[in-house]
Ligand binder design. Structure first.
Ligand code: PMP
Length: 286
């Protein structure tokens, strides 16, 4: 089986290299035991909004995973701008800085932080159109707590759980899954954060350490508030979503996109979603 990779450039071991270059060996700790962290930013329409925040977060994720954040935010940003120049002007790109452990520590399952390695990959990834709304369904899988997983890092090892929620959703005929935390409150979608709107007020789950309170989420929330839209962070139930006027998601990959079906109920992209998307695009180009 082969896979078609879109055009990809990575900075690894001191040089830019093209394609799906090998970065790990058969005995690399991260390849075996999952000690890797990453972040995802984007370039599109000639801008790369909140790039520095994504780079800051990958460095925090490294510390949470017990790795050494070897690259300064300034260096990540500088390298990213270098990388962007290798693509057509204005190309839609996914930007992925990454750290991982190469060697085990004294107890094998632990990683040696001194063996931290890193790379920066950029690759072509078209921006999904907001005209294609998302259909969501409730997953029976849950977000773990910090006692159960490294939820304070954006780590590859968290994603197999999201993956099985997505597979379950696709099997049922939906695009994405809503995952609850262990208390049963809505946490996020499998790949993005989630907002609802009722009577013109926006609501989104309050960060409680179980889910990735994303950079796009915080940005959107602040932009809405600055524009005079009330946004409430709180505990939200599945019922709150079933009864919402509007639902939309935020995340680096697709930015701000509408949910147009929740289980068997159709929804229209609404005014709060439209305002949020407009404000995000204005901010991105400012
Ligand atoms: N939750 C999950 C599980 C994600 O993978 C993402 C995408 N990074 C988000 C939320 C959104 O976070 P951000 O806005 O920082 O990209």
């Amino acid at each position: 089986m082969s896979h078609h990779w879109t055009r990809t450039w990575s900075f690894f071991n001191g040089e830019w290299q093209e394609g799906n270059i090998p970065i790990m060996g058969v005995r690399t700790h991260a390849a075996w035991l999952g000690t890797s962290v990453f972040d995802g930013a984007r370039a599109f329409e000639g801008v790369a909004p909140d790039l520095a925040l994504h780079c800051e977060r990958v460095n925090r994720s490294a510390l949470a995973m017990g790795l050494k954040p070897l690259v300064s935010v300034e260096k990540w940003v500088e390298l990213t701008h270098e990388g962007i120049k290798r693509f057509a002007p204005g190309a839609a790109l996914y930007i992925r800085p990454m750290y991982w452990a190469e060697y085990p520590g004294a107890r094998t399952v632990d990683a040696d932080p001194e063996s931290t390695r890193w790379c920066l990959s950029l690759y072509e990834a078209g921006m999904p159109s907001p005209d294609h709304g998302t259909a969501i369904t409730l997953s029976h899988y849950r977000r773990p707590t910090l006692e159960c997983a490294v939820t304070d890092a954006k780590a590859g090892c968290l994603y197999p759980n999201n993956s099985r929620a997505l597979v379950e959703a696709h099997r049922r005929g939906f695009d994405n899954a809503v995952l609850c935390d262990m208390l049963g409150n809505v946490a996020e979608l499998a790949t993005a954060n989630v907002f609802l709107a009722r009577d013109g007020v926006a609501f989104t789950p309050a960060p409680n350490g179980t889910f990735l309170a994303g950079i796009t989420r915080t940005r959107t929330l602040n932009l809405l508030r600055e524009a005079g839209v009330e946004v409430v962070e709180g505990a939200l139930t599945w019922r709150d979503f079933l009864e919402a006027d509007e639902i939309f998601s935020t995340g680096n990959y697709s930015k701000v996109t509408p949910v147009t079906r929740i289980e068997d109920r159709d929804l229209q992209p609404g005014p709060v979603f439209r305002r949020a998307r407009e404000l995000y695009w204005e901010f991105a180009h400012s």
